[in-house]
Design a protein around this ligand. Structure first.
Ligand code: KG4
Ligand code: ZN
Length: 343
């Protein structure tokens, strides 16, 4: 039995978790900072770093309490060290290095996006690998080939905005509150997804890359008028806004599903996994589930609790890295960008 303490501070969630053998989640504590950032309409890096400093000790203690164990029971500490806001990452990395040294436990460095990619495996009896992984979050939109948690290859990624970023920006255009993804999904329930024909940007025919900045601009001009960026919102009824939200959501999901199926065609893999904050979107989950069942593919979406940022996924991937001997030194640093090799 190998028990890992996971620590996650890459953006605006301060999180700690205790996970056994990479899948048995004993505790998963997340202190969200969303209330601190809402009035700014997005994450303010300095506020995020400060809040991590104030909260991390208590969050780690709570993770131990909820798991019914203490630091004497853990075999290693896994921490997110890339990608993310560097100031925010440094708080978790510094805490993890300090605890590693004081408690005499090995330290494991985890890539946040790779952890999202492996999160759909948590709670499954059988690992779903090899699989195509669609990882959609506020900072990233990526397609991976996942052969093992320790063998992940990038197939394609966004060339501009991430899917979650597009949801957040379109929500701001529509006067909805932050974070925009859940708001768009809520409002879209009353809207007609066929009301507005927003562009589906596919890039080159065989490309597995994404682009979401065009659709964001299309929504902006649809709301305010071609070439205009203000003045249009007041003219829209609540039904108009619901229709735009539903049409935008449909267009983004169409692209995500089509590209994932293209990745399946190109790799010949039998399984699709879905993770990241946008994976909490029920319309996306069911669209991808339908596309997979039509093609006899296995499909596993991350459980809701493991879609948005959390430390259980960090501890889970940390376990596989530890077992493979991938241990970090006390000179571990934080990096704004990830390092997943591209095919
Ligand atoms: O993975 P995550 O918690 O943080 C990053 O690593 O970026 O993802 C946060 C993103 C935000 O952009 C948020 O708007 C989006 O996930 N999101 C959603 C939903 N819930 C969260 N997007 C669409 N529909 C949702 N239900
Ligand atoms: Zn994330």
């Amino acid at each position: 039995m190998t028990t890992i303490l996971g620590i996650e501070t890459s953006c605006d969630e301060t999180a700690a978790a205790v996970v056994v053998d990479g899948k048995d989640v004993r505790s998963n504590i997340v202190a969200s900072q969303v209330d601190l950032h809402r009035k700014y309409g997005g994450v303010v890096p300095e506020i995020a770093s400060r809040a991590h400093i104030e909260r991390l000790d208590a969050v780690i203690e709570e993770a131990f309490d909820a798991a019914g164990c203490s630091h004497g029971h853990i075999d290693a500490i896994a921490v997110t060290n890339r990608p993310g806001l560097v100031g925010a990452l440094l708080i978790g990395v510094t805490a993890a290095k300090t605890l590693s040294w004081v408690w005499g436990k090995p330290l494991v460095a985890v890539d946040h996006i790779e952890a999202h990619a492996c999160s759909p495996a948590m709670g499954l009896d059988q690992p779903p690998w090899p699989a195509v992984g669609l990882i959609v979050s506020g900072g990233h939109t990526s397609l991976f080939r996942i052969d093992q948690p320790t063998s992940i290859t990038l197939l394609g990624a966004t060339t501009d905005d991430a899917a979650g970023e597009a949801f957040d920006k379109v929500a701001a255009i529509l006067g909805l509150s932050y974070p925009g993804g859940p708001e768009i999904e809520r409002i879209a329930q009353n809207g007609d997804p066929m009301a507005v024909d927003f562009p589906r940007t596919m890039l080159a025919p065989n490309s597995l890359d994404f682009s979401f900045s065009g659709i964001k601009t299309a929504v902006l001009y649809h709301v305010h008028g071609q070439g205009r960026t203000t003045g249009g919102l007041e003219k829209l009824s609540p039904q108009d806004i619901a229709d735009i939200a539903a049409s935008f959501q449909r267009a983004v999901i169409d692209v995500l599903v089509r590209k994932t199926m293209l990745a399946i065609c190109q790799t010949g893999l039998p399984t699709v996994v879905l993770g990241g904050g946008v994976a909490a979107n029920r319309v996306l989950r069911s669209a991808l589930a339908t596309a997979c069942s039509e093609r006899d593919l296995d499909f596993h979406a991350a459980k809701m609790a493991y879609c948005t940022d959390n430390a259980a996924m960090i501890a889970a991937l940390g376990y596989h890295l530890l077992v493979s001997g991938d241990v970090a030194g006390l000179d571990l640093d934080a990096y704004a960008t990830g390092a997943v090799p591209r095919r």
